[in-house]
Design a protein around this ligand. Structure first.
Ligand code: DC
Length: 217
């Protein structure tokens, strides 16, 4: 079974791009767990599945597939390729609500473990919010990537126009606040190594993560 490298962090911490690049350099798989929550928000918006209710005890009927290849990333749900659709702002603003349903979180935990188990690669970089604490607390390498609020917003803003900035600030901070209600990803759990990327560029962050993985695996 593939070794899990668990990486958590808030929005804009750089964890997705860093995880993908680290996976490439090590010949490992890359699993973006946020994509499953986004795909569920998409499926609810498209009427493919009923909106999960906070108190429901079980959750099923979600059709989902994701690639673990860092060079060929795609996400599919109910027969549609939704790789781009799940990045739209309306998904970003509706995903937290579905991610707070505990039955959904239990389902996603098992889904993530099954996806890793199906990989024949020596390792998979799994990134999200609760990987180091809930999904893979026994992983041989567990990292929490953070950065100051300002830097996280700056990184997210790079692709946007100035008038979108205020909306972005509101969206990113509100989403982190809302996500934090169900999982702790701003402070490292015991045994989790904290990497503050505020003053690191992309390559420096990749190198830091690679050296910790090489040391700990
Ligand atoms: O990393 P991301 O922005 O694509 O994540 C989308 C949402 O999914 C985010 O608002 C929080 C949620 N999420 C989660 O609750 N647990 C995870 N392991 C990954 C993501």
């Amino acid at each position: 079974m593939a070794e899990i490298i668990a990486i958590d962090g808030p929005a804009g911490s750089g964890k997705s791009s860093v995880s993908k690049e680290v996976a490439r350099r090590l010949g490992f798989g890359y699993l973006d767990t946020g994509a499953a929550y986004r795909a569920l928000a998409w499926a609810v918006a498209e009427g493919k599945i009923q909106r999960p209710a906070p108190e429901q005890e079980t959750f099923d009927g979600f059709d989902y597939e994701i690639s673990l290849d860092p060079d060929n990333y795609w996400v599919k749900s109910f027969g549609a390729d939704i790789t781009d659709a799940i990045r739209l702002p309306e998904i970003a603003s509706s995903v937290s609500a579905v991610a707070q349903v505990l039955a959904v979180r239990r389902f996603m935990k098992q889904l993530t473990r099954d996806l890793v188990a199906s990989s024949s690669l020596p390792g998979v970089i799994v990134e999200g919010r609760d990987i180091t604490t809930v999904v893979a607390p026994d992983a041989p390498v567990r990292l929490l990537l953070t950065a100051s609020e300002e830097v996280r917003l700056e990184r997210r803003a790079k692709e946007l126009s100035p008038e979108d900035l205020a909306t972005l600030r509101q969206q990113v901070l509100e989403r982190d606040k809302s996500d934090s209600k169900v999982v702790e990803f701003m402070k490292p759990a015991e045994g989790v190594e904290l990497i503050d990327t505020t003053n690191l560029n992309f390559e420096q962050t990749v190198q830091t993560v690679l050296s910790i993985i090489r040391e700990q695996l």
